[in-house]
Design a protein around this ligand. Structure first.
Ligand SMILES: Cc1cc2nc3c(=O)[nH]c(=O)nc-3n(C[C@H](O)[C@H](O)[C@H](O)COP(=O)(O)OP(=O)(O)OC[C@H]3O[C@@H](n4cnc5c(N)ncnc54)[C@H](O)[C@@H]3O)c2cc1C
Length: 221
């Protein structure tokens, strides 16, 4: 993957009736000898057309057979180059983003495609989302700093009524607030990253880091 020979770009979680409410997904994975048989549908599966492998979340035990909704979900690493029964239909979007509806009709995958322990997929998913949130927070913090610096330069160069507009409190306060928000997000981002590296729970920290990073970025605009 690091050399670019194999592309793992696609993550199939969201379904037409299960977005935020991930544990209500309906795509099933049924064990049959040395294989799993996958049936169901995903939506908004991004980069599918540019991926050799797909990480798929599917229900391997029925909802009524498990105590909690988060149980009985499994994660699979599917080789799209050698799996039949998977069809992708591109979704047209207004942004330059390749995303798809993906249909699974008796798609057979080897049992070895299972990631980790069967039924634990939801926890693996949350863990990988934390890494993504830390990454997105870092992106937003970088963007936020760039916008604040651009704003600082403009407000000190733009002269109105004989003085730079940055000498007015009405301009200074929102810029200062945006700066503080971005720096607070930065601290939380590092805290989340440290916890993640130490294999400790970091759900709240990484979500807060992402939310404040986005907030700081919006505030700075
Ligand atoms: C361009 C694009 C690319 C994507 N790529 C992928 C991908 O590669 N793989 C993948 O699996 N998914 C992907 N997604 C799906 C994305 O992760 C989902 O859109 C997201 O999980 C939200 O699900 P939903 O759209 O069904 O919204 P819904 O679950 O219907 O929620 C709609 C709104 O209601 C809010 N809401 C829902 N429940 C509550 C509640 N209890 N309290 C308060 N607010 C609530 C939500 O926050 C949201 O704002 C992509 C989506 C887009 C648009």
């Amino acid at each position: 993957m690091a050399s670019g020979e194999t592309r793992l770009q696609a993550f199939g979680v969201t379904e037409p009736t299960a977005g935020t409410d991930t544990t209500s997904i309906k795509t099933t994975a049924v064990r049959d000898g040395d294989e799993y048989v996958i049936n169901g549908q995903k939506i908004w599966t991004s980069r599918f057309q540019n991926s050799d492998l797909l990480l798929l979340l599917a229900r391997s035990r029925k909802r009524e057979e498990v105590a909690k909704p988060s149980q009985g979900l499994s994660l699979f690493l599917i080789d799209l180059r050698e799996t039949k029964g998977i069809t992708a239909v591109p979704i047209r979007t207004m942004v330059n983003h390749e995303t798809n509806e993906v249909f699974f009709d008796d798609a057979r995958i080897p049992a070895s495609a299972l990631v980790g322990t069967e039924g634990e997929g939801f926890h693996y998913l949350l863990d990988s989302l934390n890494a993504e949130r830390i990454l997105v927070a870092s992106e937003c913090i970088g963007d936020g700093r760039w916008f604040i610096e651009k704003t600082r330069r403009y407000t000190s160069e733009r002269v109105v009524f004989g003085r730079p507009i940055g000498s007015n409190q009405g301009i200074q306060f929102p810029v200062a607030r945006a700066h503080i928000n971005v720096e607070a997000a930065d601290l939380m981002r590092w805290r989340a990253a440290d916890l993640f590296d130490a294999h400790m729970p970091c759900g709240a920290e990484s979500q807060y880091g992402q939310a404040t990073g986005l907030g700081g970025l919006l505030g700075s605009r």
